[in-house]
Design a protein around this ligand. Structure first.
Ligand code: XIL
Length: 333
């Protein structure tokens, strides 16, 4: 007997939005799956500063527009990703004509113009922006990651950027987003950052937990502790980039053309436990997978070095994996 597919977005409609990161190629390949299961979309790369604003007087809207039009036509919603990051950001933004770093006022002015254009073009569909992405240092003993943003705007640059984002659009939600968000060392720094911002009266509406997780890590207890801490700050929580690679942390999957059945079962149990946990938190407003089907995941390059990592809920043919069914079974109305 074949089981009946249940749209994930219907299953969780009283709990959280369910999203997927996509690009025009994923859209062409997996449109039906996206429309069946997801009500929120994140643009995987094409709204990042370097992609969409490669030169001071040139925007490259084409790829982002394909996704934005799809979102409008199908009445979906979008997470805006991202304004300020140390990666995939144009060099011109930080430099004057002689190649020297610009001053603080110039950088803030350039960022403000960029935020305004993005809000004008996509403000009708974007309900939340990842304003600052991955600004915390992973290493013990240091707090913020070194970047040109920090160098030019100073140690309190994140506060300046959130204030700017609020000035440009006071009605969109403003989030801080990061990875390794459940590891105690980094979790505590994220907590401190968001607490300081709130204490200083800055509008910050939520924390994005990327959730690039593995077969062994993080543990459910670790995730729970992080969720409890973040929720205690009275902010919204979004799971923003979830995937669960078919190997342990720090490893890459054993080379194979097919995923091993016992690993798929283990992955299904992990996904089930995560979704059971998410359902217990009112603060969680949105859960986004970083991709749609195993036909494409950024992890195949990043972790697999060209080999498959099978981290998503649908297989390479777009059929639901055990992980999907275990999530459906975990759902409690
Ligand atoms: C990744 C994309 O998926 C890749 O295609 C790109 O080459 C690198 O960036 N954290 C983030 C995302 O916030 O923007 C990253 O996306 C994955 C890690």
């Amino acid at each position: 007997m074949t089981k009946k597919i249940k749209p994930l977005k219907d299953l969780f409609k009283h709990q959280f939005k369910i999203g997927a990161a996509i690009n025009p190629e994923i859209l062409a390949h997996d449109e039906e799956l996206i429309l069946t299961h997801f009500n929120s979309v994140t643009v995987e790369n094409d709204m990042k500063f370097g992609e969409i604003h490669p030169e001071e007087n040139r925007y490259a809207f084409e790829r982002a527009d394909i996704i934005a039009d799809f979102v409008r036509e199908n009445h979906l919603t979008m997470r805006g990703h991202t304004f300020v990051w140390h990666n995939q950001t144009s060099d011109w933004l930080f430099k004057d004509q002689s190649g020297k770093n610009v001053d603080e006022a110039t950088l803030l002015d350039r960022l403000e113009q960029h935020m305004r254009i993005m809000n004008q073009r996509y403000g009708d569909i974007i309900y939340v922006w990842d304003v600052v992405n991955e600004a915390i240092e992973d290493k013990k003993g240091s707090y913020l990651r070194e970047s040109l943003w920090k160098e030019i705007l100073g140690d309190n640059y994140i506060e300046k950027i959130f204030r700017l984002a609020e000035k440009v659009n006071p009605s969109v939600d403003l989030f801080y987003n990061d990875y390794n968000e459940t590891k105690p060392e980094k979790r505590d720094k994220i907590y401190k950052l968001v607490k300081n911002l709130k204490d200083n009266g800055v509008k910050i509406d939520g924390i994005g937990m990327q959730a690039h997780w593995s077969m062994d890590k993080p543990s459910i207890d670790e995730i729970k502790e992080a969720l409890d801490m973040y929720a205690s700050l009275d902010v919204k929580i979004h799971i923003t980039e979830m995937d669960v690679r078919l190997c342990n942390e720090g490893e890459k999957p054993k080379f194979a053309t097919e995923p091993e059945p016992e690993m798929l079962k283990k992955q299904a149990l992990r996904y089930q436990a995560f979704f059971k946990l998410f359902q217990q938190y009112e603060a969680i407003e949105s859960v986004t997978l970083w991709g749609v089907s195993d036909y494409y995941s950024w992890l195949d390059d990043f972790i697999g070095k060209g080999n498959k990592t099978w981290p998503l809920l649908f297989n390479e043919e777009g059929r639901p994996k055990e992980a999907y069914w275990y999530i459906v079974d975990s759902f409690s109305e």
